[in-house]
Ligand binder design. Structure first.
Ligand code: S3P
Length: 168
């Protein structure tokens, strides 16, 4: 039996590659890929930007916590979370309880290059570089609870995925 949970949870800021790396990990392990934002959008019946626009961020955070708890109970899975899923301490506790938690990190330059002026990310409205810098400062300790942290800057998703599996 494996010592680590068969639920691999990817956390990290937007643009650190959680979804892309998650897809590689799923292919490598045979685990099922789960994308928390996609699950939230499905449950809400609308896109993430629409949800922010129509119901506001706090409603989104409620739904995010509820869907996270459900998603963590799917065995044999790679769960790519949204960058703000760690903002509630109770969410971090749930992740540690059910999963093996991997934080992906990247520099501001790398994040901005990856996300650009992405309209699908409401929290970046008003200028990606400025917003990413501010969010990274606000969240600088938020991802530290992970079991492992991997710097993804300058690396391909395959490389990051292989590095994660070396720790698994
Ligand atoms: C958010 C990150 C997004 C999404 C939402 C809020 C955040 O997910 O959940 O826009 O607070 O950092 P990604 O990290 O997948 O972009």
């Amino acid at each position: 039996m494996r010592k680590k949970s068969d639920v691999i949870v990817l956390i990290g800021m937007m643009g650190t590659g959680k979804s892309t790396v998650g897809a590689h990990l799923a292919a490598e392990t045979g685990y099922r890929m789960l994308d928390l934002d996609a699950m939230i959008a499905e449950k809400a019946g609308c896109s993430i930007p629409e949800l922010f626009e129509e119901k506001g961020e706090s409603y989104f955070r409620e739904l995010e916590s509820a869907v996270l708890v459900e998603a963590l109970k799917v065995p044999g899975s790679i769960l790519a979370t949204g960058g703000g899923a760690v903002l509630r301490e109770s969410n971090c506790g749930e992740m540690l309880k059910y999963g093996w938690v991997v934080a992906l990190a990247a520099t501001v330059d790398e994040i901005v290059a990856r996300v650009g002026e992405d309209k699908g990310r409401p929290l970046l409205a008003g200028g990606a570089r400025q917003r990413v810098t501010a969010l990274l400062e606000e969240r600088k300790h938020a991802y530290n609870f992970a079991h492992v942290t991997i710097d993804t800057s300058g690396k391909s998703a395959e490389e990051v995925s292989a590095e994660i599996l070396m720790h698994y």
